[in-house]
Design a binder for this molecule. Structure first.
Ligand SMILES: C[S@@+](CC[C@H](N)C(=O)[O-])C[C@H]1O[C@@H](n2cnc3c(N)ncnc32)[C@H](O)[C@@H]1O
Length: 242
């Protein structure tokens, strides 16, 4: 019998972010978001799947540069996963940082992670990790001054993108700021395969501009400011809510 030794090892095809493709469930988008609790409850360890086990270097750099000022601001980070970026905003002077997660298991992971950091009491009190659906939840204190979207826009099924943009518009007050770290940029990837679905600055313009945002800046992320597997696939965009 002929040997298969020269054949590539069988296994799932990898998508834009090096994750295995999966069939989308039927009834999009109603069932689509069920996957997140399924994924988190099955176990997303630090450094596994989309989890980079560290804050986003380009966000740290952006806030340090002063191009976006978080001082005294209320900040919203939906789909924040384990919440690595929440303390980054607090360190930059934010008065309140709200992380929102659809998956209750992710909320528990984020709360455990924040606890492990042993933040000073005032910082811990300023960071809230909440369970909720971005499309339904709104803050009792009203829209935020500043929002951050990283590996959240790309987690939306394409049929959810217009709602994603209009929900961002409702979540940020006029004159406020949205920072989108656009990833994964992969023009060769099938746009309908994900998550993560390949996205681009041009796509985000077509979504966020009609929703009420204007671009303030757009810059490719330098290699030293990307998580290593994401080098060359990220663009940082800053938006102003009109
Ligand atoms: C690809 S993961 C990225 C997590 C995190 N941003 C990170 O970089 O580690 C997308 C996250 O969005 C969350 N999510 C998806 N839909 C959501 C929704 N409608 N509201 C809030 N969170 C949601 C998922 O539970 C998941 O943790």
């Amino acid at each position: 019998m002929a040997s298969n030794a020269s054949q590539p090892a069988p296994g799932p095809r990898l998508n834009a972010a090096g994750m295995p493709d999966r069939e989308l469930p039927g009834g999009e988008p109603a069932n689509y978001s069920d996957r997140w609790e399924d994924e988190w409850s099955a176990g997303v360890g630090k450094g596994q799947r989309w989890d980079c086990a560290a804050p986003s270097p380009s966000l740290v750099d952006l806030l340090k540069s002063g191009k976006v000022d978080a001082k005294g601001k209320r900040v919203f980070v939906p789909g924040c996963g384990r919440g690595y970026d929440l303390p980054v905003f607090r360190s930059a002077g934010a008065s309140q940082v709200v992380g929102l997660e659809l998956a209750p298991s992710a909320v528990r992971e984020a709360q455990a992670h924040l606890q492990e950091l042993g933040l000073p009491e005032a910082d811990a009190a300023a960071i809230e990790m909440l369970s909720g659906d971005f499309f339904r939840w709104s803050s009792p204190q009203g829209p935020f001054d500043l929002g951050f979207d990283y590996t959240f826009g790309c987690a939306m099924h394409p049929s959810m993108r217009a709602d994603w943009a209009s929900t961002w518009a409702k979540s940020i007050k006029p004159g406020g700021t949205l920072v989108t770290l656009v990833f994964p940029i992969n023009p060769d990837a099938d746009p309908n395969v994900g998550p993560p679905f390949p996205i681009s600055p041009a796509l985000f313009r077509t979504l966020l501009e009609p929703a009420g945002f204007e671009v303030v800046s757009e810059a490719p992320v330098p290699a030293e400011l990307s998580h290593p597997p994401r080098v060359g696939k990220e663009v940082l965009m800053v938006w102003r809510r009109k």
